[in-house]
Design a protein around this ligand. Structure first.
Ligand code: TXA
Ligand code: MG
Length: 322
């Protein structure tokens, strides 16, 4: 299969190309598109055949459910059997945006889209290309991150093509994504609200609306995604903290490690500081360093507040610590 690339500028949507990409989705094909978090691999969420294609293209186990992307909160009631009041309050605060809610599903959503679960995960992405594509396709888009299973989530169309060229009908290149890591997954289907995956909306932000929010992994049984191996690079990844610069320099030299973090240490190092910059760059850097055949990467830990929690969660997985 030849993968067609569409080039669209987010600030100047080319409706002709959006309609061409949407036509592929309507015909049952898959198109990758940018969201504010990472690139998604979109197919018609109401079609079991499209969902099966998504699993096949990614090499993903078919019991790991997909997120439905819709254009606005009013669509949620079409796909969720119960819509608790919290959903409308959360939508007002955070949608469009990187928050996914898990709700009891309606039968219109095929079991293939939800990995056989009786719940469905839904979000409204904050990206003009994603919203235009959903509207033109006329159906909710099931879209996992557009990487091969086990690879880091893609933050550019080049990353998508590295993994999926020839395996999908199209990709819309809309430039790099804004946040760089995935949405927060919030379970509203099993008692007290619980975070299943930390992401672009922080626990602190959610707590102002959900005082009884559970932030640990007590609901892990309801979170199939956490059962699977996540990306860890071929390189050995060390998470480091509280190292004095002089000691750190010696240690990095001994290990011949590439340093990623806020300190200015001389080569080889990649200077990054703050949760936002880590989030935007970390997946791309891991891909790049793997391609360069780097053997050892030392990443400086960051504070776990706000977006830092989601960043540290991804770094611990990359280091094989969780
Ligand atoms: O930011 C994002 O969420 C990106 C963009 C493309 O929207 N999508 C994404 O999808 O990260 P994916 O498939 O890579 O991750 C979806 C996560 C998985 O951990 C999955 O287990 C969880 O959401 N999930 C989906 N449906 C669920 C459900 N019904 N119950 C519990 N967890 C669910
Ligand atoms: Mg993913």
């Amino acid at each position: 299969m030849q993968t067609q690339t569409f080039h669209i500028t987010p600030s100047n949507i080319d409706q002709v190309q959006i309609d061409q990409a949407a036509a592929l989705i309507k015909a049952g094909e898959l198109v990758s598109f940018p969201t504010e978090t990472v690139y998604g691999l979109g197919g018609n969420a109401l079609s079991s055949a499209s969902a099966e294609k998504i699993y096949a293209a990614k090499g993903r186990p078919s019991d790991n459910p997909l997120i439905l992307h819709v254009a606005n909160v009013d669509e949620v009631a079409n796909y969720a059997a119960e819509v608790p009041d919290e959903v409308y309050a959360l939508a007002k605060a955070f949608w469009p945006g990187p928050l996914t809610v898990v709700l009891k599903k309606k039968d219109i959503i095929p079991d293939e889209s939800t990995g056989g679960l009786d719940t469905v995960a839904i979000r409204v992405p904050d990206h003009p290309i994603a919203l235009a594509l959903i509207q033109a396709a006329g159906c909710p888009l099931a879209a996992p991150s557009a990487n091969l299973s086990g690879k880091p989530s893609p933050t550019t169309a080049e990353h998508v093509l590295e993994d999926l060229n020839g395996r999908i009908a199209g990709v819309i290149d809309g430039g790099p994504t804004y946040i760089g890591l995935e949405s927060t997954v919030l379970d509203l289907a099993h008692g007290a609200p619980a975070i299943l995956r930390h992401g672009g909306i922080s626990a602190e932000q959610l707590k102002t609306h959900l005082p009884n929010l559970k932030t640990s992994n007590e609901n892990a049984a309801h979170s199939p995604g956490t059962r699977y191996r996540h990306y860890s690079p071929n390189a050995n990844v060390s998470l480091i903290s509280d190292f004095a610069s002089a000691e750190l320099r010696t240690w990095l030299e001994e290990k011949q490690a590439v340093y990623i973090g806020p300190q200015e240490l001389g080569n080889p190092h990649i200077q990054l500081s703050g949760a936002e910059a880590y989030a935007q760059n970390i997946f791309a850097l891991l891909r790049q360093l793997d391609q360069r055949g780097v053997q050892h990467i030392a990443i400086e830990s960051i504070d776990e507040s706000g977006l830092g929690r989601a960043v540290m969660d991804r770094l611990r997985r990359a280091a094989g610590l969780s």
